[in-house]
Design a protein. Structure first.
Ligand code: HEM
Length: 408
């Protein structure tokens, strides 16, 4: 791994431009009439979100798991095209160095003067601050098979079972390595993945990816999903993360966690034709307040026995939240919406939820999804088309590299 001295010598992306004589007043670029549109907007945005806040790459746990959620995600799953352990270790060392730079808002590597060589940093994030970029890395069980590390397989680390009603597509499944980049700027997140993949390009190929977004608004309300409902109200709190999120057995994954991703297509057109009452019964919550049916406030406790004036259960037996609750498991949900153009077959929106959750044991998710897959009223409006299970390494201490505990 590169020494800290080397890292410190790297310039922030803004400094890099100043040195090149075009940053400095950054805003000077906008003095011409042609670019006034962009500068005016940039000036305004600058006052509200500066994007200066950075999150440390180093720590006990990886970032992007319990980190407060950002407004954008670029999710990439890679296939390993080498079986050489030493090569993979070198990739992880390079990614460690790059990730530290990227999350600090620096160029991935100093540029030389040679105009005959491609630049070291791909450049699309020059002038951009870190925007709370987080990078989260994980591996699938197939990664261990490819590298002959079967002895490192933990009993719970095996492919997810088939769930009822799954309609998984080749385009959104498989792969050996995941990189989840989250940031408050879409291009910062993309730039990070772009440079990480580029660095490893001779030894990985891209299997599938998905970008996602989340409306953070004033940062005080729970974001709404594309069905218009507040999504993410119930989640474990900080003092529960050790119980539900972080692996704590004495093995290479101690301090890590399992990431499960599901690309869930949401049939917006069908939903849009559904009455509000039916929509609310589907989730078991009121749309506007976000409160459970029969309750007033978004954060009121669930009451599964509560009846409405007709003597029926306020939260129907097939409502999403009832079933999720009755599974009696806790997961940390960190999902993003996606909108990827038009579905070629149906001519409808190709939109939905990039459902991402973290747990110390995949069984926490499996128990919930088995119940939802069978009985959830929401199934009339959604289909799971993508899936993945990845073990996310523990956090990296300074002087160590990503995934080191696996290779020791
Ligand atoms: C497109 C797919 C999905 C949508 C639109 C969706 C939406 C929602 C909404 C609106 C809520 C209520 C607000 C909240 O507490 O966040 C909720 C709760 C929840 N969902 Fe989902 N969800 C989806 C898929 C899933 C999946 C795949 C799982 C896990 C297997 C899951 C697990 C949960 C859990 C555990 C809760 C909290 C239940 C409670 O205790 O009240 N959801 N979901």
């Amino acid at each position: 791994m590169m020494s800290d001295n080397f890292l410190n010598k790297k310039m922030s992306r803004r400094e890099f431009l100043k040195k090149a004589g075009i940053g400095g007043a950054g805003l000077a670029i906008g003095a011409s009439a042609a670019s006034a549109f962009f500068t005016d907007k940039a000036d305004k945005a600058h006052k509200t979100i500066e994007g200066k806040q950075e999150i440390s790459f180093y720590g006990k746990h990886q970032s992007g798991i319990t980190t407060p959620v950002q407004s954008n995600c670029y999710f990439m799953v890679l296939e390993l095209t080498t079986a050489e352990k030493a090569t993979v270790i070198q990739i992880f060392k390079d990614w460690t160095d790059y990730s530290h730079s990227l999350m600090s808002g620096k160029v991935v590597k100093e540029e030389g003067d040679n105009l005959y060589l491609p630049p070291n940093d791909t450049g699309e994030a020059l002038e951009l601050n870190p925007y709370r970029l987080t990078l989260t890395f994980g591996i699938a069980p197939s990664f261990l098979d490819k590298l002959g590390l079967e002895d490192k397989k933990l009993p719970e680390f095996k492919d997810l079972p088939a769930f009822p009603r799954d309609q998984l597509k080749e385009n959104y499944t498989g792969g050996d390595i995941v990189i989840q980049a989250c940031a408050d700027d879409a291009q910062v997140a993309f730039h990070a993945v772009h440079n990480l993949v580029r660095k490893a390009r001779s030894h990985v190929s891209m299997k599938w990816s998905q970008s996602g977004f989340l409306p953070l608004g004033d940062g005080k309300s729970t974001p709404r999903n594309l069905f218009g409902f507040k999504d993410g109200t119930v989640n474990p709190k900080k003092d529960e993360w050790d119980d539900f999120v972080w692996c704590n057995q004495t093995n290479w994954l101690k301090g890590g966690t399992y990431l499960i991703v599901r690309r869930v297509a949401m049939f917006l057109e069908t939903w849009d034709r559904t009455s509000l009452g039916e929509q609310e019964k589907t989730f078991g919550r009121h749309r506007d307040s976000g409160a459970y049916l029969g309750q007033k406030d978004e954060f009121d406790e669930i009451d599964l026995e509560k009846k409405n004036e007709d003597g029926e259960l306020a939260i129907p037996v097939d409502a999403h939240v009832r079933l999720a609750k009755e599974a009696n498991q806790t997961i940390l949900r960190r999902a993003f919406s996606y909108a990827s153009g038009i579905n070629e077959v149906t001519g409808q929106f190709d939109a939905g939820l990039l459902f991402i959750c973290f747990q110390k044991d995949p069984v926490q998710f499996i128990d919930i999804q088995m119940k939802l897959g069978n009985e959830d009223k929401l199934n009339e409006y959604i289909t799971h088309v993508g899936s993945g299970l990845f073990a996310c390494f523990p956090g990296v201490k300074e002087g160590e590299y990503l995934g080191q505990s696996l290779f020791e």
